[in-house]
Design a protein around this ligand. Structure first.
Ligand SMILES: Nc1ncnc2c1ncn2[C@@H]1O[C@H](COP(=O)(O)OP(=O)(O)O)[C@@H](O)[C@H]1O
Ligand SMILES: [Mg+2]
Length: 140
C-alpha cells in the first residue's frame, strides 16, 4: 500500500465533532480496518476535537486542523488548535483530571485516547495552542 496523507481545517464548532469522526473513518477505509479499529480511532479523534473546541477555544471562534497519514498499515492522526494551551500536560493526562467540572466533564478524554490508540503525544504551549499526535497500527 502506498503512503497516503490528508489535512482538513474546520471551525471549532460542536457540530464538527461528528464531521471529524466521519472524515477520519473515510480516510482509514482504504486500509480495511476492523469495526473495532474504526470505533477506537473515531472515539480518540472525537475526544481530541472536543477538547480543542471546549478547552482550547473555550467556545470562542477558532480553527481546528485534522491531519492523517497512512503508511504500512500504521495510521497517524494529528489534531491541532491555536487556543489557550495546557499549563501542566502531565496533570492533564491523569485519569479523571478536568479543569471544567462546571461542564460535568469526566476528565477521561486523554485516558481514552491512550487506551484506544497505540501512542499518544501531547504538545502544548500556553496561549499558542495544542497539538495531539496519535498513532495506531491497523491489523485489519
Ligand atoms: N486542546 C486543549 N486545549 C486546552 N486544554 C486542554 C485541551 N485538551 C485538554 N485540555 C485540558 O486537559 C484536561 C483533561 O482533558 P480530558 O482528559 O479530555 O478531560 P475533560 O475533557 O473531560 O476535561 C481538560 O480539562 C483541559 O484542562
Ligand atoms: Mg476531553
Amino acid at each position: 500500500m502506498r503512503e497516503n496523507n490528508m489535512k482538513i481545517e474546520f471551525d471549532a464548532l460542536s457540530e464538527n465533532e461528528s464531521f471529524a469522526r466521519l472524515a477520519i473513518a473515510g480516510f482509514m477505509a482504504s486500509s480495511d480496518p476492523t469495526l473495532e479499529e474504526l470505533e477506537d480511532v473515531k472515539t480518540a479523534v472525537s475526544e481530541a476535537v472536543t477538547n480543542a473546541i471546549i478547552h482550547g477555544y473555550v467556545g470562542k471562534e477558532g480553527k481546528v486542523i485534522l491531519s492523517g497519514n497512512l503508511k504500512e498499515h500504521c495510521l497517524t492522526v494529528i489534531i491541532q488548535d491555536f487556543g489557550v494551551g495546557i499549563t501542566d500536560v502531565e496533570q492533564a493526562r491523569k485519569p479523571m483530571f478536568t479543569t471544567r467540572e462546571d461542564l460535568e466533564r469526566s476528565g477521561m478524554g486523554f485516558t481514552f485516547m491512550e487506551a484506544f490508540m497505540d501512542e499518544l503525544h501531547i504538545e502544548s504551549k500556553v496561549n499558542q495552542g495544542t497539538t495531539i499526535t496519535m498513532s495506531k497500527r491497523l491489523r485489519g
